[in-house]
Write a new protein. Structure first.
Length: 364
């Protein structure tokens, strides 16, 4: 089995060759190992070029594959080829599924909904993404997003706050924290669900990776909810992938004068299902792969439940007076780097907010 995995991994490292060609060959020849043992003429007829064939049997590819497998072993990263039982079922049926996935954590076997949107989200967008993700999580829906700033982070946080499960799909290696301030939430996601990528460990974030990443977000999911998006937002790419994959597209309506809502309002105009609350999504997804419970498992956690010592120090200080970040750091003796990460978490939970003056304030 390990040898077969090695050859799946090798095939995944051959660029500029359509995934469908690789999958068809593996299926026709009865395994990835057999592709490497096939005659050159057969592979050329199937879509390989001379360059592909030479790379297939090169020392460079062998070294690359061995380095990846060794890195994954050291960092406790799983490699899932398409036939693996833990490979997301719905992802197998998109036109170009990733040949292998790199995984930290465990991908839940449950219905999934993607929640995506602008990195430069408004307070309205953050609050809405957090609320709907929380409610969906309480109905045992797994929230899928990209762990980017803004809507993605709010969606992951909403699911986690409800005690639910969430999956982050990265445009870099699963051992790379991007954006850097999301280190804390990344660790929480790994404990509740999984962080996954088609890019091997150590791969840096690249603008070229994110459109490709988006097809996985939509491909794993029964439907994709776009919370806020400008007319050129990458979230619209995810919505387009969802349509191509035959999945539902949902959108949150917004202010017609807000740039952040122009993309979502256009989606609604073009036929996306309008969402005012989580029930609108649950009603549409009654046909899901797994039974959907349209009832909450319990009450939402208190906003301050499960907070650590540092979080409580910050809240205690802000209950007395509004403070700038440096003042808050001085009073609580929390380093600014850690402080910013904690404040982001508290903002997403609706416990603190930053005023127009730049001071942080406690929301009673």
């Amino acid at each position: 089995m390990e040898k077969e995995l090695e050859y799946w991994l090798k095939l995944s490292r051959i660029s500029n060759l359509r995934t469908t060609i690789k999958i068809d060959l593996i299926t026709a020849l009865g395994g990835a190992v057999n592709v490497f043992e096939a005659e050159k003429g057969l592979l050329l007829k199937s879509g390989f070029t001379d360059q592909h064939y030479e790379f297939l049997h090169s020392d460079e590819l062998s070294r690359d594959t061995n380095n990846i497998m060794e890195s994954c072993f050291k960092k406790n990263i799983d490699i899932l080829p398409i036939p693996h039982d833990e490979y997301p079922e719905m992802l197998k049926y998109i036109p170009d599924p990733p040949l292998v996935l790199y995984v930290r954590g465990s991908i839940p076997k449950a219905n999934m909904v993607a929640v995506v949107g602008s990195r430069k989200a408004s307070g309205y967008g953050i609050e809405t993404a957090f609320k709907i993700a929380s409610e969906l999580a309480l109905s045992d829906i797994v929230i899928v997003s990209g762990m980017a700033r803004g809507i993605d982070t709010a969606a992951h946080s909403g699911a986690l706050n409800a005690g639910g499960r969430t999956v982050a799909v990265l445009g870099c290696g699963v051992d790379v924290v991007y954006p850097p301030e999301n280190h804390g939430i990344m660790e929480r996601i790994i404990k509740s669900g999984a962080v996954i990528s088609e890019f091997p460990p150590g791969s840096p974030p690249s603008p070229l990776n994110f459109p490709s990443r988006n097809r996985i977000i939509s491909g794993m999911s029964l439907g994709t909810l776009v919370v806020e998006a400008g007319l050129k937002s990458g979230s619209l790419i995810t919505a387009n992938y969802a349509l191509e994959q035959g999945r539902d597209v949902f959108a949150i309506p917004g202010n017609i004068n807000s740039y952040n809502s122009m993309g979502t309002n256009r989606l609604i105009k073009d036929g996306a299902k309008i969402v005012l609350d989580s029930e609108d999504i649950l009603d549409e997804l009654s046909f899901g792969t797994y039974p959907i419970e349209k009832k909450r498992k319990g009450k939402m956690k208190s906003r301050t439940s499960g907070l650590g010592e540092k979080e409580r120090k910050i809240i205690s200080a802000l209950k007395i007076e509004d403070l700038y970040d440096e003042e808050l750091s001085e009073k609580t003796r929390i380093h600014l780097t850690d402080l910013y990460e904690i404040l982001l978490e508290l903002e997403l939970k609706g416990i603190v907010k930053k005023s127009i003056t730049g001071k942080y304030m406690y929301i009673s």
